[in-house]
Design a protein. Structure first.
Length: 435
């Protein structure tokens, strides 16, 4: 070990007990209207961001522009002969706050179709780094398109700040229009030997993605459902917050969405669905294909907890009921894949886990969240590459984050700049607060 690294280790070992003591003995001390636990604990629960795009209701789940998910799936226009609404309809709603008509959705689809063409260098980038994680490729491809930014051109020409939103809107639609092909290109390059179907200008966002990766119906509805369910989740989660933070410096939409994806790629944020799937499949493999009964499933859950692990896909920091995003997927699975082996595991866990977590007493919300279901559905339809699931998540999340950034610019929100304190400052303030 180098001298620098050794010295750093010594300093870390000195500092850790100080931070732990602050949490334990002074966590509830109020320092300038927030507690020490909130300062040290990732700003959890501090109300300091504004968004009208979505709100996470503890009892009803995510609301998009005031509408619950069941209302969204009921009210948004749908393509003929399918179950799930147009993703473009949600985009219209998040941007404007209004439920669009069929004509308004089709107008938006036509607009996006004219923006779909990818620059050749995006193909070159995806071809050049195929050994990387798909999220790295996704982020790099979007980052490179910053050279296309109309906002940057306008800003450099001295456009009024009152009009910042205009070119930001154009950048957002130009990017969103390209996401299905970027996602499909990454998927087929990494996992299908580059065999991608050409985009179909007559198809919508979800339908075109399914077509390009070559998966038959009803996977087009799976795509629409998945992108809608993941489109936004307030502004405080890592991906949405990162996009907002970077854009607040007047970085263009490509820089902001690339940064958003980098946050989403972290194992504490966007990777949970694959952890659920891996956990279920490991148990199934140990049983060598024999379906467990309810008692055996309960024992599996207890064994997981007793080993010091959490039950992946269950619990939520805000929700106090089953995640409506889970229920939307459950309803789809009950209709289309109720006899699938992995879904039967998910179905049994839905009934078994909440009472166990309630008995254990550690979970504020023992109910399943969106990640408890989404990976199993993707697997059923042939998207079996775990690492790609977060790309799908990112394609959906970009819609809500773009809407937020446009409105941030329209309402002239300033650069984000919270105040930091040193640990000794927090110690002194905490002791003063405790008296």
């Amino acid at each position: 070990m180098s001298k620098l690294k050794q010295k750093l280790l010594e300093k870390i070992e000195q500092q850790r007990p100080i931070t732990q003591k602050l949490f334990k003995e002074y966590g509830d001390a109020v320092v300038d209207k927030v507690t020490v636990s909130q300062i040290l604990g990732g700003m959890r629960g501090i109300k300091c961001l504004v968004t009208d795009i979505s709100y996470l209701d503890p009892n009803e789940g995510i609301r998009y522009r005031g509408f619950t998910l069941p209302e969204i799936f009921e009210k948004l226009p749908k393509p003929a002969g399918v179950e799930m609404p147009y993703v473009e309809g949600l985009l219209y709603l998040l941007f404007t706050g209004d439920i669009p008509t069929e004509e308004e959705v089709k107008d938006l689809i036509d607009d996006l179709a004219g923006r779909r063409t990818l620059p050749k260098y995006v193909y070159d980038i995806i071809d050049a780094i195929p050994e990387c994680h798909p999220m790295t490729i996704f982020s790099a491809a979007i980052l490179a398109m910053s050279k296309e930014s109309l906002f940057c051109k306008d800003y450099n020409c001295g456009v009024s700040k009152m009009d910042y939103w205009d070119s930001t809107y154009e950048d957002a639609l130009n990017l969103l229009a390209k996401l299905p092909e970027i996602g499909a290109l990454i998927y087929t390059t990494l996992y299908r030997g580059g065999k991608k179907n050409k985009p179909d200008p007559k198809l919508d966002f979800g339908g075109n993605f399914a077509h390009m990766i070559g998966i038959d119906k009803p996977y087009d509805d799976v795509s629409r459902m998945y992108f809608i369910l993941h489109a936004d989740h307030e502004s405080g989660n890592v991906s949405a917050h990162t996009g907002h933070l970077v854009a607040s410096a007047l970085s263009d939409i490509y820089l902001a969405i690339s940064a958003m994806l980098n946050g989403l790629a972290g194992p504490l944020h966007g990777l949970a669905n694959q952890e659920v799937l891996r956990w279920i499949q490991d148990f199934r493999d140990k049983r060598q294909g024999k379906m467990p009964n309810e008692e055996e499933m309960k024992q599996f859950v207890w064994d997981t907890l007793n080993s010091g692990q959490v039950i992946p896909g269950f619990g939520h920091a805000v929700l106090r009921k089953t995640d409506p995003r889970y229920m939307m997927q459950r309803q789809f699975a009950l209709k289309h894949m109720k006899d699938d082996e992995l879904f039967r595991y998910v179905d049994m866990l839905y009934n078994v886990v909440p009472p166990i977590l309630t008995e254990q007493g550690k979970a504020k919300n023992p109910w399943p969240n969106v990640d408890a279901h989404s990976g199993v559905i993707q697997w059923y339809y042939g998207v079996t590459e775990y690492d790609f699931y977060t790309v799908l998540f990112g394609m959906g999340r970009a819609i809500g984050v773009c809407a937020n950034i446009i409105w941030d610019r329209a309402l002239l929100y300033p650069i984000e700049r919270p105040k930091s304190l040193t640990t000794p400052m927090i110690e002194d303030l905490a002791k003063q607060a405790k008296g």
